[in-house]
Ligand binder design. Structure first.
Ligand SMILES: [Zn+2]
Ligand SMILES: [Zn+2]
Ligand SMILES: [Zn+2]
Length: 271
């Protein structure tokens, strides 16, 4: 597997791992929301599991207390949920009330929510919020979590951070240098950003820059400067490539002790 060690750090931007609600049960959905609200900067408390007075979470920010009812439904949420959360707002002495669902609301539930100042999030709103968290967290913090990807033939297998299903990224589909690409997970539909570190576009040997990862890989297979850095492990026989620092030291000293990335055993390289 040539170039494999070089490909190890290819980043699929995995964004916040907060699960995919379509596959969660009611209890897990509450956990999911708990995580979501804490990402949004709330202090989150769960109410007791039984006899919960129509509230599943109590969230607090800037001294404002909000009761949240979580409805893990595929269908529609009716007036009853609105009435319950209004009652629980009173019960907990909260300032605001909210109902969040993975489904939708009936027309009269929407009207009742409006007249009672209950904030409601349906599945579309929920997705919107998740996607906006992803966008802002990428800007401010860079990659949340880089997946390690190995090239298998022409594809990089990656996993959706939301639903964990496998997504096959073809080398040809990777974005051009300095460009981002967005794809929707075929399984859960959440938008995922793919952005690739700069070093994937330049040859590790001759430093030539390429517009696409595919061109760079095709080049590196033939580049003499890459060949100079490639060795086979004396233990497991797998090929590995020296990085810049290792290669510099090897050139200077004429020998180098390196750990094989595959089997972790030491190799003594000599010119
Ligand atoms: Zn997914
Ligand atoms: Zn080259
Ligand atoms: Zn080895």
């Amino acid at each position: 597997m040539e170039l494999e060690d070089f490909e190890n750090n290819l980043g699929l931007e995995t964004k916040k791992k907060i699960g995919d609600f379509s596959k969660l049960n009611g209890h897990q959905f509450e956990d999911y929301l708990k995580e979501l609200f804490s990402i949004l900067g709330y202090q989150v408390m769960r109410t007791k599991l039984s006899g919960d007075q129509g509230a599943d979470l109590i969230i607090k920010k800037d001294d404002m207390k909000t009761v949240v009812q979580a409805k893990k439904y595929a269908g529609t949420v009716t007036n009853k949920a609105i009435q319950e959360v209004v009652a629980s707002k009173k019960h907990y002495g909260a300032d605001k009330a909210m109902v969040v669902t993975t489904g939708t609301f009936t027309k009269s539930a929407i009207e009742l929510a409006k007249s009672n100042k209950v904030e409601i999030w349906d599945k579309n709103k929920l997705k919107e919020i998740i996607n906006s968290i992803n966008k802002t967290s990428n800007k401010s913090k860079g990659f949340q979590n880089q997946q390690s990807l190995n090239l298998k033939g022409d594809t990089f297998p990656a996993h959706c951070p939301f639903c964990d299903s496998e997504i096959k990224l073809n080398v040809k589909d990777l974005p051009k240098k300095n460009k981002q690409k967005t794809l929707s997970c075929p399984e859960c539909n959440v938008d995922l950003g793919i952005s690739i570190p700069d070093n994937f576009y330049s040859c590790i040997g001759c430093k030539k820059e390429f517009d696409t990862v595919k061109e760079r890989i095709d080049h590196s297979k033939l580049c003499k400067k890459v060949k100079e850095r490639q060795f086979n492990c004396s233990h497991c026989k797998k090929e590995f490539t020296l990085d810049d620092d290792e290669f510099k030291e090897f050139t200077k000293k004429g020998n180098l002790k390196v750990e094989c990335p595959a089997c972790k055993k030491n190799n003594m390289l000599k010119k």
